[in-house]
Write a protein that binds this ligand. Structure first.
Ligand SMILES: *Cc1c(COP(=O)(O)O)cnc(C)c1O
Length: 222
């Protein structure tokens, strides 16, 4: 945790940004509730999960803690109800009909669900995410749903590459956010950067970095 915070602080300094503008989302998939509790004791309160059943078990075991839960996994329409009932954020919305299902299932007494749209930056057919061309209509559809609060954009660029290439990929997501904001969307979130490339993401304006391995260690292969 300290190592990650130091990396972010150094990247923020290099970018002329305040480290307080960057939220660390601890990606706890495959790690236990006990490990999440330990991270909380070290000052971490926002956690990202990819697998619903696993996440629900941890939420249950940790219900005594004031944690903020982010869903960052693949969205299937038969899972939208449970996600809308249990999570605070969803980072992976890429289709209008999934957004509508999340909105319909958001319990009336709760704050709107915070949403990022996942963008498929390379428009690769095998990858999830809305294409850059499809982004504007999707953003308009999500903005029209009062049970959702459209916060920004998320991407998972291909891993690897040198620092300059990593920065170019993240810059393209920032550019898409700026275009939406020029059109009046008022978005404040760029969810980008993982353990391997968080410095490049911070340089390009990430406001949430999603960090698993660098906090919890290597995941076991499943
Ligand atoms: C697993 C995962 C992460 C964390 O990746 P690390 O390389 O372990 O930091 C971040 N974002 C998403 C969407 C993930 O699935």
């Amino acid at each position: 945790m300290q190592v990650v915070r130091a990396r972010i602080a150094a990247a923020a300094l290099a970018a002329g940004r305040a480290p307080s503008g960057i939220t660390v989302l601890a990606v706890s998939k495959t790690f236990s509730a006990v490990e999440v509790r330990t991270a909380y004791a070290a000052g971490q309160s926002e956690f990202g999960e990819n697998y619903l059943q696993e996440a629900l078990e941890k939420m249950n075991a940790l219900a005594d803690l004031p944690l903020v839960w982010h869903f960052i996994g693949a969205l299937q329409s038969n899972k939208t109800r449970i996600i809308a009932e249990h999570f605070d954020w969803v980072h992976t919305v890429a289709r209008a009909n999934i957004a509508q299902r999340l909105a319909q299932a958001r319990p009336a007494g709760r704050a709107p669900l915070d949403v990022c749209l996942q963008v498929n930056l390379g428009a690769e057919p095998s990858k999830s995410g809305v294409t850059p061309e499809g982004l504007r209509p999707l953003a308009e559809a999500v903005r029209a749903l009062p049970q959702l609060r459209l916060r920004g954009l998320m991407a998972i660029p291909e891993p690897g590459g040198d620092f300059a290439l990593q920065r170019r990929r993240f810059a393209s997501l920032r550019l898409l956010l700026e275009q939406l904001n020029d059109a009046g969307f008022g978005l404040d979130t760029l969810s980008m950067g993982m353990s391997q490339d968080l410095e490049a993401a911070v340089m390009e304006g990430a406001t949430i970095v999603r960090i698993g391995t660098a906090i919890f260690g290597e995941r076991k292969k499943s």
